[in-house]
Write a new protein. Structure first.
Length: 117
C-alpha cells in the first residue's frame, strides 16, 4: 500500500471527479478492485469519525449492567463462603483432617519422591 497521504489524495481526486477509479488504482499501483476496497474502508472510517457522540470519556459499561454483574459477584462470593463453611463442618463431623497444601518447587510442580532402593 502506498502512503496514507497518497491514498487519501487519490480518493479525493476520484470523489471530486478529477480522476477515475482506474486512474487512481494505476497511480497507487494496485488493481481497481483493491482501490475500491481501500476507498470503502476510508469513507467508512470518515463516517464513523463524524458521528455525533456525547462529550467526555465514554463509560466503561452501562451502570445497570455493571450493578447487575456486581450483585452476581457478591452472591457468588457468599455461596463460595457458605460452601467452604459447610465443607469444614462436614470434615469435622466425619473426623477427616483437612488436607494440607503440597509444597511445590520453583517450577510449580510437586516434588517427586525418591525411587525405592
Amino acid at each position: 500500500m502506498g502512503s496514507p497521504k497518497h491514498l487519501l489524495r487519490a480518493i479525493m481526486m476520484v470523489q471530486t471527479g478529477l480522476w477515475t477509479a482506474t486512474e487512481a488504482a494505476r497511480q497507487l499501483g494496485v488493481s481497481r478492485k483493491t482501490y475500491y476496497q481501500w476507498e470503502a474502508r476510508a469513507l467508512s472510517g470518515m463516517r464513523s469519525a463524524l458521528i455525533r457522540r456525547r462529550p467526555g470519556r465514554p463509560s466503561r459499561a452501562p451502570p445497570k449492567a455493571l450493578a447487575r454483574v456486581r450483585r452476581q459477584l457478591d452472591r457468588t462470593r457468599t455461596e463460595l463462603q457458605l460452601t467452604q463453611q459447610r465443607l469444614h463442618v462436614l470434615r469435622i463431623l466425619s473426623g477427616v483432617k483437612p488436607r494440607s497444601k503440597k509444597k511445590r518447587g520453583r517450577d510449580g510442580r510437586a516434588p517427586v519422591p525418591p525411587a525405592p532402593a
